[in-house]
Ligand binder design. Structure first.
Ligand code: SF4
Length: 198
C-alpha cells in the first residue's frame, strides 16, 4: 500500500434520544476533534437518514477525506448503508469504520450518563485507530458450483441435506453403510412416541 496522509472524518449520531438521551454526543464529538488524523467531526441527529448521509458525502468532498468513522448503532444494521454512502461519494467502501455507541453503550448504560459518555469516547478512539489500518478492497465475483456434498447419512447429515435441498441447491449425500439412518436406525424405541426409529 502506498503511504498516504490520513484524513479522517468522524460522524457522531444522536439517533434522536436513543444515543443522545444517555451519551453526551456533543462532548464525544469535541473529543473526536483531538484524535490523530481527524480533520472534521460532524454530529448528526440521524446519520442513516438522507440528510445525515448527505453530510457524510459533503464532508468527504469538502475535506478530501480518505477515512470515515461513523459512531452510531451496530454495524449489523447500517454498515452496508454507510459503505454504499461513502462509495457514492467516491471513497472505497472499505475505508469506512463504525463505532457502536448505541447497543454497546447508550442502551446498556442508561443509568450512568458520565460512564456512557466516557465509554463512547473510548469506542470512537478505537474506531479511529482501526480506520487508520484499513486498506481499500476490491470486490470480485467468482463462479461456484451450485451443489453440496454431505458426508454421512446419519440424522445430522440427512437434516443438513434436506435443509440445503430446501434452499434449492443440488445435494449429494454420501453414506458408507448400505442404508442411511446411522446410529438412529439402530434404536428400537425413540422418545416421545417410543416407536421404532425407522
Ligand atoms: S445510524 Fe443507527 S444510531 Fe444513527 S439514527 Fe440511524 S439507526 Fe439510529
Amino acid at each position: 500500500m502506498t503511504e498516504q496522509t490520513l484524513r479522517t472524518g468522524v460522524f457522531v449520531c444522536d439517533c434522536g434520544s436513543n444515543i443522545a438521551g444517555t451519551v453526551d454526543t456533543e462532548a464525544v464529538a469535541r473529543f473526536a476533534t483531538e484524535l490523530p488524523d481527524v480533520v472534521t467531526v460532524v454530529r448528526n441527529r440521524y446519520t442513516c437518514a438522507e440528510p445525515g448521509q448527505n453530510e457524510i458525502k459533503q464532508a468527504i468532498a469538502e475535506h478530501d477525506l480518505n477515512r470515515v468513522v461513523v459512531a452510531s448503532c451496530t454495524p449489523k444494521i447500517h454498515e452496508p448503508t454507510f459503505r454504499q454512502c461513502v462509495a457514492e461519494a467516491g471513497l472505497n467502501p472499505y475505508l469506512m469504520e463504525m463505532a457502536n455507541i448505541r447497543e454497546h453503550c447508550s442502551w446498556v448504560h442508561k443509568d450512568d450518563r458520565m460512564a456512557a459518555t466516557i465509554k463512547a469516547m473510548d469506542l470512537v478512539r478505537s474506531a479511529v485507530g482501526r480506520a487508520a489500518k484499513l486498506e481499500a478492497q476490491d470486490e470480485r465475483t467468482f463462479p461456484v458450483t451450485d451443489a453440496a456434498l454431505v458426508i454421512g447419512g446419519g440424522v445430522a447429515g440427512i437434516q443438513a441435506a434436506l435443509e440445503i435441498a430446501g434452499g434449492g441447491h443440488q445435494v449429494y449425500l454420501v453414506e458408507k453403510e448400505p442404508s442411511i439412518g446411522g446410529v438412529m436406525a439402530a434404536l428400537d424405541k425413540t422418545f416421545p412416541t417410543m416407536d421404532c426409529s425407522i
